[in-house]
Ligand binder design. Structure first.
Ligand code: F6P
Length: 365
């Protein structure tokens, strides 16, 4: 059956992650070669749509980008078209809904459908556009792995690989100097990266937002290890981890951003506290943006390719306003309206937490 969709636009929104180019490639190649569609690339996420910055993507534009990190389209994690800040000359900020103008921009180019590659912020806007009548398909990205509706997002495996490799390296220097090494990883309000990288690197303690920690438990662990002659300890801490009854550590607040809070700084805080209490030498390392960069792992390239092709298959079957997902190893989709405004946290009884506890990993509780 011939597809009614003749032209699509693709965009990457939110924080970048490895595998974005693999999705752009899969979407564009499938659209052009299998369905003879015209493909537009929107630059810098929803900001580019608001500013009418989009260009036609040809087959050759997406060749040789499968293994490339970042996104050839650019991305942006500070723009919500439904609440776009307009700053007056006097510096006063007024928020305006510019979504109608975005829809007009797409209509003027005769674009029938939008493929939004992004995380929870992008999907919340995508769902709102869908509600206004736009045909939208979402593709789940984020190193944080916290998008509701899917078991996994692309970019996560690469971030975990990068973090685990970094922790392996930190282990040797921690061992030489008999130090307590505290490694802070990203993940926002979910502990997926910390949990997976911590288990993969055999870390002694994993601190995640879902399990508030007690400082005494962590100090007891590193002290006991030291007393037993284990001359160093490795603690992996998610940027969103917090002490029982305490608060997350905020690095920065961007008031104009749809998600203004940027977490960070917990490793330094813990290093000072643990050092003071135990008198052991402590050091803090924040892995930061290195987790979002570089070449996607083969796992992420495959997942991204499958997601991109699945997005096109849904559109050509007349399915719309859904997020492509992987559930129980199978590709499927869920309504965007169900995904909007939610995040997926690590369940406290997750099998990997149970396995980690079985091998004596401390969660600080
Ligand atoms: O969502 C991806 C992510 O890297 C989070 O892990 C982190 O908290 C946040 O983005 C950082 O955002 P920014 O790029 O705005 O500093």
């Amino acid at each position: 059956m011939a597809s009614r969709i003749k032209s699509i636009a693709v965009m990457t929104g939110g924080g970048d992650c490895p595998g974005l180019n693999a999705v752009i490639r899969a979407v564009t190649k499938t659209a052009i070669s299998k369905y003879a569609m015209k493909v537009w690339g929107i630059e810098d996420g929803f900001l580019g749509l608001i500013e009418k910055r989009l260009h036609v993507l040809g087959y050759d534009d997406v060749s040789n980008i499968l293994e490339m990190g970042g996104t050839i389209l650019g991305s942006n994690n500070t723009t919500n078209p439904f609440r776009y800040p307009l700053v007056s000359k006097a510096g006063k900020v007024k928020f305006k809904d510019v979504s109608d103008s975005c829809i007009k921009t797409l209509a003027a180019k005769r674009i029938d459908a939008l493929v939004c590659i992004g995380g929870d912020g992008t999907m919340t806007s995508a769902a709102a556009f869908a509600k206004k009548g736009l045909t939208v398909i979402g593709v789940p990205k984020t190193i944080d792995n916290d998008l509701w509706g899917t078991d996994v997002t692309f970019g996560f495996d690469t971030a975990v690989t990068t973090a685990a490799e970094a922790i392996d390296k930190l282990r040797t220097t921690a061992s030489s100097h008999h130090r307590v090494m505290i490694v802070e990883v990203m993940g926002r309000y979910a502990g997926w990266i910390a949990l997976h990288a911590g288990v993969a690197s055999g870390s002694d303690c994993i601190l995640i937002p879902e399990i508030p920690y007690r400082l005494e438990s962590i100090c007891r662990l590193v002290q006991q290890r030291s007393n037993k002659g284990r001359s160093y300890s490795i603690i992996v801490v998610a940027e969103g981890a917090k002490e029982l009854g305490g608060k997350m550590v905020v690095r920065e607040t961007f008031v104009l951003s749809p998600d203004p809070i940027r977490l960070g700084g917990i490793a330094n805080k813990l290093a000072a506290q643990i050092g003071q209490r135990t008198k052991l030498e402590t050091r803090a390392v924040t892995l930061g943006y290195i987790q979002r960069g570089g070449t996607p792992t083969p796992h992420d390239r495959i997942l991204a390719t499958n997601f991109g092709v699945a997005a096109l298959e849904l559109l050509t079957k007349g399915v719309k306003n859904r997020l492509v997902v992987l559930r129980n190893g199978k590709l499927s989709s869920v309504p965007l309206s169900q995904v909007a405004g939610k995040i997926r946290k690590v369940p406290k009884n997750h099998p990997l937490i149970m396995a980690a506890r079985a091998v004596n990993t401390c969660f600080g509780d």
